[in-house]
Design a protein around this ligand. Structure first.
Ligand SMILES: [Zn+2]
Ligand SMILES: [Zn+2]
Ligand SMILES: [Zn+2]
Length: 161
């Protein structure tokens, strides 16, 4: 299963499309690549670090090493199957590309990642005479639930004082 954004709602999608894509580009679907794709599909969040994916793969393939997973993740990025997103002081996150351009809201409290279709880019690069081929935009902050929890905590603390 993989997360897919449809009209702002995350849906599940099968992995066959990704496998077809790799085959069409002449890649062998090695056991390791399959395990990495599987790990991607089983993610509870749309984004994951290489370390997190490695741990998931290692659960099924205990012999695998980190650099193999890392190298294969880069192949997926090169082939346009996954996207590498850098934020929060250099931590790289990986996400399978569902075909739809989108951005992320990342909660520092609970780690929840929300995909949003809103794109803030506009025609700014073109105005600068620059032709953009790719960009990313991630917003770090706190989600509704975490803000609410924090407010309730503060309130309780005030009541006690
Ligand atoms: Zn949160
Ligand atoms: Zn996303
Ligand atoms: Zn955008």
């Amino acid at each position: 299963m993989v997360w897919k954004l449809d009209k702002g709602v995350l849906l599940m999608q099968s992995k066959n499309e990704f496998i077809e894509q790799l085959k069409q580009r002449g890649y062998k679907l090695t056991k390791q690549r399959q395990a990495i794709l599987n790990a991607f599909m089983d993610l509870e969040k749309p984004l994951a670090t290489a370390q997190h994916i490695f741990e998931k793969v290692a659960e099924i393939n205990p012999g695998i090493n980190f650099s193999t997973v890392y190298r294969n993740l880069d192949v997926l990025v090169q082939e346009g199957i996954a996207r590498k997103i850098m934020f929060d002081q250099g931590a790289a996150y990986y996400e399978l590309i569902d075909g739809k351009h989108h951005h992320h809201l990342i909660c520092k409290g609970c780690g929840k990642v929300q995909c949003v279709e809103y794109c803030p880019l506009g025609d700014m690069p073109m105005k600068e005479g620059f032709v953009p081929i790719d960009h990313s935009f991630e917003v770090l902050g706190f989600c509704k639930e975490c803000v609410r929890a924090k407010l309730m905590n503060d309130e309780r603390r005030r009541e006690r004082e």
